[in-house]
Design a protein around this ligand. Structure first.
Ligand code: R5P
Length: 344
């Protein structure tokens, strides 16, 4: 059996069986190593991360039986390893979640020392509160499932709401795509007063402000309402967008309704152009067509979710990679180095 574990330098982590009871057992330098494993949700990103880390993906197979049940085999030894399991819980969300849980169960039973669930996109995040009587908080339920299945820690990207980190009772690193977005905005649209960063709703202001600050740009806010679930209505633009190249910044584009309505309203106020930068391109049910027929100059997403055919074929949708960012975070976690330094 080929051993594809990778040594990235110093490792000193507490083994999973010692978690929470007594002092950490420090392994001597070079005594252990890490493994990268990918589910089926986003193998392109997993391979790009593997490339960055110069660490091949561990051989594994995820099969689905005729009745829909998922079965996993890990075809390499993972005993005592620091394993990073990469799986976005994107569409089909329920299958991807089950695949993640079953992979973790296999890793626990194979005696992995530590398991980090790497979720470039954490699906179910939008169900983070009760929206009415007798409704669930599914984001919390999925967080519980991930911990129960055996995750020792979580690494994710642009959570829909920062507080979701608290749904996990295990260490959770929430990365930001901001550095990747900032670099691209600067390259294509400039910085400072020529551009205007816009949050498409009040909930996204913190995220948009972080990018505006990095680019020394002003911030405007769209006053969005949802009269019905999945339906967006723009009430007002707070801030003057006339004569500016406007950059909408959001965490998720799903139906595209929010962006399309916001772009119309922004152009109606005299903006010179509107471009959208969104971390997670969910883009369900004809969203790509909706974007193509809109006032948006282009939609820029990241590869946190594997692109489908419509995205790949679209001239209006461009993809930035978060592989280096996620790979570097994995390297730092494996080496017990600071992750927050990545954003300073
Ligand atoms: C909402 O709070 C999110 O940040 C996004 O704005 C929303 O999920 C986008 O959904 P859609 O593209 O369907 O309007």
């Amino acid at each position: 059996m080929q051993d594809r574990s990778c040594s990235l330098g110093r490792f000193a982590t507490k083994p999973r069986h010692a978690r929470g009871d007594g002092p950490a057992i420090i392994l001597s330098a070079g005594a252990s190593s890490m493994k990268l494993l990918s589910g089926n949700a986003n193998r392109s990103l997993a391979m790009a991360i593997a490339d960055y880390l110069d660490c091949p993906l561990t051989k594994s197979q995820v099969k689905t039986f005729a009745d829909g049940e998922i079965f996993v085999t890990i075809d390499e030894n993972v005993r005592g390893e620091d394993v990073f399991l990469i799986q976005s819980t994107s569409s089909p969300a329920n299958d991807r979640v089950m695949e993640l849980l079953i992979c973790m169960d296999a890793l626990v039973r194979a005696s992995a020392r530590r398991i980090t669930a790497v979720l470039p996109y954490f699906g179910y995040a939008r169900q983070d509160r009760k929206t009415g009587g007798r409704t669930p908080i599914s984001a919390k339920l999925v967080a519980n499932l991930i911990s129960t299945a055996g995750a020792d820690r979580v690494l994710t990207l642009d959570l829909h709401a920062g507080q979701i980190q608290g749904f996990f009772d295990i260490p959770t690193d929430n990365l930001y795509a901001a550095p990747v977005i900032e670099q691209d905005v600067r390259k294509h649209y400039g910085e400072g007063k020529t551009i205007m960063i816009i949050s498409p709703d009040v909930g996204g202001v913190v995220r948009a402000r972080a990018i505006a600050d990095r680019l020394n740009a002003d911030l405007a806010i769209v006053d969005k309402r949802r009269p019905n679930p999945g339906e967006a209505e723009v009430m007002n633009i707070i801030g003057s967008v006339a004569g500016r190249a406007c950059i909408l910044v959001d965490d998720i584009v799903d139906s595209g309704g929010t962006l399309v309505k916001a772009a119309d309203a922004i152009m109606a106020q005299g903006a010179t152009s509107v471009t959208a930068y969104v971390t997670h391109g969910v883009l369900s049910n004809g969203a790509v067509k909706r974007i193509e027929g809109s006032a948006l100059k282009e939609l820029v997403i990241t590869d946190s979710i594997e692109a489908g055919d419509a995205i790949r074929a679209s001239k209006n949708v461009r993809t930035l990679s978060v592989a280096r960012l996620m790979g570097e975070a994995i390297r730092r976690i494996a080496n017990e180095e600071s992750v927050s330094k990545l954003f300073e």
